[in-house]
Design a binder for this molecule. Structure first.
Ligand SMILES: *[C@@H]1O[C@H](CO)[C@@H](O)[C@H](O)[C@H]1NC(C)=O
Ligand SMILES: *[C@@H]1O[C@H](CO)[C@@H](O)[C@H](O)[C@H]1NC(C)=O
Ligand SMILES: *[C@@H]1O[C@H](CO)[C@@H](O)[C@H](O)[C@H]1NC(C)=O
Ligand SMILES: *[C@@H]1O[C@H](CO)[C@@H](O)[C@H](O)[C@H]1NC(C)=O
Ligand SMILES: *[C@@H]1O[C@H](CO)[C@@H](O)[C@H](O)[C@H]1NC(C)=O
Length: 359
């Protein structure tokens, strides 16, 4: 009896192992999309005109961001969303680390909507390492103020393992990225709030978080020195962006490159040599055949490097108009959601079969 029982138990455990392996067989861990809108009005100089924010939250008279995310999870197998927000939005236009209760609870509606889908949800401070034209810690708000902002954000979600902390969207033209100490301050603040390194923190490099110049610009070297307070690198993930248009600006419909030779090869070579990983939190192109082709190649390459590449997120769904050149906004026709061409033909895990299911 005991032996029979044990045998059954062993069979059950082996069946579970098979199921887990089948899931793990899809190489990439993450696929998803940005749900933009709380960042609208933010410019690359770190100015955010908060009256121009367009929350993708139905209760705030916005688009149905929850419906979009539920659709992406259910119909496409997406498992992560990036939720951009301007620093000024959260503090109601005050250059401080103290969150305005009303503004934060507005943004939290989107984060809660995201978490309710079972997906991972990235908090993205969309300020280009600046505040009203001035660089953090170099004329703008001090690193201590920036750390206070992150301490307050992380304190709120300290027990939520599926919240990812994106330290900063697209730093650029920072004299010596080595001196963008904001990364170090943010990591220390987040870890001291949550007490553990179980949540992912995304570290941004210079040149708009360029995947292409991550190594050559010195970002890799600088970010490699950022550690958790316990001295480890656990869950400190490199944040990289890359578009597929001719000038990598993400403003043109046509795609001209899969970025493999110029960006993903040098990046992944460095990551592997240094035992680190990266997440591609912005990529995209127009809803045209050239982008379907090149994007499929890019994702295929990322999947082949999945020991160091965690996955990709498209730019962008959320509050964008459906005719925005890089729109990944799904269209609700009254009974169901239709995806854009690029999502349905290249980025959806249901189509490319390259992403593990974690939801
Ligand atoms: C935010 O603050 C800036 C600078 O202090 C000011 O110019 C702007 O009018 C303010 N915007 C809003 C929406 O309060
Ligand atoms: C917080 O923001 C709201 C607008 O959402 C504003 O009315 C209120 O005055 C702000 N509170 C503080 C303390 O600044
Ligand atoms: C930034 O990256 C782009 C490609 O992603 C490159 O063309 C440009 O030269 C880089 N700029 C600097 C200052 O490194
Ligand atoms: C609405 O979208 C769904 C999902 O893509 C599709 O199955 C259905 O045929 C569409 N209905 C109409 C009337 O277009
Ligand atoms: C939605 O997708 C379905 C199936 O691909 C298609 O038949 C329908 O025309 C689409 N509807 C709209 C409004 O885009």
């Amino acid at each position: 009896m005991a032996i029979a029982f044990l045998y059954t138990y062993v069979l059950a455990v082996s069946a579970m192992t098979v199921a887990v392996n089948a899931q793990a067989f899809a190489p990439l861990k993450f696929a998803g999309v940005n749900i933009a809108g709380f960042d609208f009005g933010c410019g690359t100089d770190g100015t955010c005109i908060i009256s121009q924010a367009v929350p993708p939250v139905y209760q705030l008279s916005g688009v149905d961001g929850l419906g979009q995310m539920q659709h992406f999870v259910k119909d496409d197998g997406y498992n992560v969303f990036r939720l951009p927000v301007g620093w000024q939005y959260l503090t109601y236009n005050q250059s401080t680390g103290i969150l305005n209760e009303t503004q934060f609870s507005n943004y939290n509606m989107l984060v809660s909507d995201c978490l309710s889908t079972g997906a991972y949800c990235e908090i993205d401070i969309h300020n280009y390492a600046r505040y009203d034209g001035q660089i953090i810690g170099q004329g703008g708000p001090s690193n201590e103020i920036f750390a206070e902002l992150w301490f307050n954000i992380a304190s709120y979600w300290k027990n939520e393992p599926k919240v990812i902390f994106g330290v900063m969207n697209e730093p650029h033209d920072i004299p010596m990225i080595l001196r963008f100490f904001g990364n170090k301050y943010a990591v220390t603040a987040i870890r001291s709030a949550s007490g553990a390194s179980t949540q992912m923190i995304l570290l941004p490099g210079n040149n708009y978080t360029s995947a292409q110049t991550f190594v050559s610009s010195g970002s890799a070297e600088a970010l490699a020195m950022v550690r958790n307070p316990d001295g480890t690198f656990t869950n400190l993930i490199m944040d990289v962006h890359k578009y597929l248009d001719y000038d990598n600006s993400g403003t043109h419909a046509a795609c001209v490159t899969n970025n493999i030779e110029d960006a993903w090869y040098p990046l992944t070579t460095w990551l592997r040599a240094n035992g680190r990983q990266a997440l591609n939190t912005e990529t995209g192109g127009g809803n045209v055949d050239s982008c379907v082709g090149y994007m499929s190649q890019q994702i295929g390459y990322q999947a082949a490097q999945s020991d160091v590449m965690l996955g990709y997120l498209g730019w962008s769904a959320g509050s964008f108009a459906t005719n925005y050149v890089l729109s990944q906004v799904p269209y609700y026709n009254g009974t169901g959601w239709n995806d854009t061409l690029l999502v349905s033909m290249a980025m959806s895990p249901v189509t490319n079969m390259l992403v593990a299911s974690v939801v």
